[in-house]
Ligand binder design. Structure first.
Ligand code: FAD
Length: 438
């Protein structure tokens, strides 16, 4: 018998364990896989360090959380200045796109500037109706030039869901309308920076992003149960019985950090209304493809590839530029991210076909001039990658959260709160949760 069971040993689960143990709570983390980490897992293969849940770097506006994460890594950390690009036609344009307008062809630059100003003036005069969905929000906030040339194709590529059927509530505040002076400066070539809380980021020198998990787990390792996939959650007098089908664990409290879909399908006596609302919550999945090559890669942090013709990937990153220890001496690495939805065309492709598609795409981009330089390839699949905020999201999530509340199940973490939380957001949620924990 334990006091507190934490379902899931991703970043949120292990942070909760660490913080609750720090307050002398009796805790067990039940993790379905053979090791902790979730999206923050890392594999080392042939000397290449490969973050299997896509490229992860440490940054935050939340200074307390950022300090907590950096302190955790101690000396095992490297700080980098972002050098991120968008591959626009044949040019590597500065990121964010609205800060690199001067690098576009003049006609494109003019269109972005003119349409931005047009929509800005119309919005200021109150002539633009409030956006009703994500697609309208992009046009409203950035104008038709930036939206048509970059934002819309990029968002269609990453979400695999029509932006007109997505809600805009999650971007408001997260992505503010850029000030007109910045757009004008960007168009005439005066340097500006956007998304400045990410301009500098940190990364573990050794061990990839999973080094964060390892550091978090170190003092609470004896509280972690791996290979325990929760399949049944039964509410009984005074607590919960949790089972993986082989073993039953009794706990007074149950904190879930696992995806809501896994949680709800494990619970007993779930009303249809709640089950249906949960099944209607949408998410997309991810393939990460790692390519290890002999020789160098361009000095970029990562590159966004919004154009369909470039390949299925929406982002290419260069882990060996984050840390020289991410690749063997004389080699470097490239990580491609491809999102997909369950059952779509990408999901139906074989993993070999995806790897060879990525290699061809990198060749087409000139990132690999000679395929004989490739010394390693690897692929990893994540079922839960991004929450999709469709137009029914707010209705559905309210139903599921309310039911979990009545059952006494606490929800913390990216796919448990079912919110677009980065690592800092997950750690913030865990800190705040523990502050309110009796
Ligand atoms: C492509 C990509 C890039 C990202 N880049 C960044 C970045 O650069 N910086 C940043 O701050 N954030 C980034 N993030 C976000 C970051 O990955 C997440 O915020 C964070 O890892 C979520 O942690 P979590 O513990 O809430 O969830 P998860 O990592 O999903 O962990 C959930 C855990 O529950 C386990 N589990 C599932 N079902 C069961 C079950 N039935 N029983 C037991 N265990 C179960 C899983 O195995 C997993 O270990 C990125 C995300 C993606 C998809």
């Amino acid at each position: 018998m334990v006091k507190v069971a934490i379902l899931g040993g991703g970043l949120t689960g292990v942070t909760l364990a660490r913080l609750l143990c720090g307050r002398s709570h009796d805790v067990v983390v039940l993790e379905g896989e053979d090791r902790c980490g979730g999206l923050c897992r890392t594999r080392v293969e042939n000397g290449f360090t490969f973050d299997t849940g896509g490229s992860h770097v440490i940054f935050s506006r939340d200074t307390e959380v950022l300090k907590f994460l950096i302190d955790l890594l101690g000396t095992n950390t490297i700080r980098r200045r972002r050098k991120t690009k968008i591959l626009f036609r044949d040019r590597y344009v500065k990121y964010p796109f609205e800060n690199g307008l001067y690098q576009l062809e003049r006609e494109d630059c003019f269109r972005c500037l003119f349409e931005y100003i047009r929509s800005y003036i119309a919005a200021e005069k109150g002539e633009l109706p409030a956006p009703k969905n994500f697609r309208e929000w992009m046009y409203f906030t950035f104008g038709a030039g930036i939206t048509d040339l970059y934002l819309l194709p990029y968002n269609e590529k990453i979400w695999k869901f029509p932006p007109e059927r997505m809600s805009a509530h999650w971007v408001e505040g997260r992505i503010p309308r850029p000030p007109p002076e910045d757009i004008i400066k960007s168009a005439i070539g005066i340097e500006t920076e956007g998304y400045t809380h990410q301009l500098f980021f940190s990364y573990p020198r050794r061990g990839g992003i999973n080094a964060l998990i390892e550091a978090m787990v170190a003092p609470v390792r004896d509280r972690i149960r791996c290979n325990f996939r929760v399949r049944s959650i039964e509410r009984v007098e005074g607590g919960f019985i949790l089972s993986d089908g082989k073993e039953r664990i009794f706990a007074d409290r149950c904190i879930s950090t696992i995806p809501l879909h896994a949680l709800i399908s494990s619970c007993h006596n779930v009303p249809d209304r709640v089950r249906n609302a949960c099944m209607d919550l949408k998410f997309n999945s991810l393939y990460s493809v790692l390519v290890g090559i002999e020789g160098e890669v361009p000095p970029y942090s990562w590159v966004y590839t919004h154009e369909r013709g470039r390949g299925l990937f929406n982002r290419i990153s260069f882990p060996s530029n984050y840390s020289p220890e991410a690749a063997p001496a004389g080699c470097s690495s490239i990580l491609a991210e491809i999102t997909f939805r369950c059952g779509d065309e990408i999901d139906r492709m074989s993993e070999e076909a995806i790897v060879s598609h990525v290699v061809d795409g990198l060749h087409g981009m000139g990132l690999i001039d000679d395929p004989s330089r490739i010394v390693h390839t690897s692929i990893s699949r994540q079922e839960y990658a991004y929450v999709i905020y469709d137009l029914d999201y707010q209705k559905n999530i309210a139903i599921v959260r309310e039911w979990c509340r009545t059952q006494g199940i606490d929800l913390v973490g990216r796919f448990s709160q079912f919110e677009y939380l980065n690592m800092d957001g997950c750690v913030r949620s865990a800190i705040d949760f523990v502050k309110g924990f009796p």
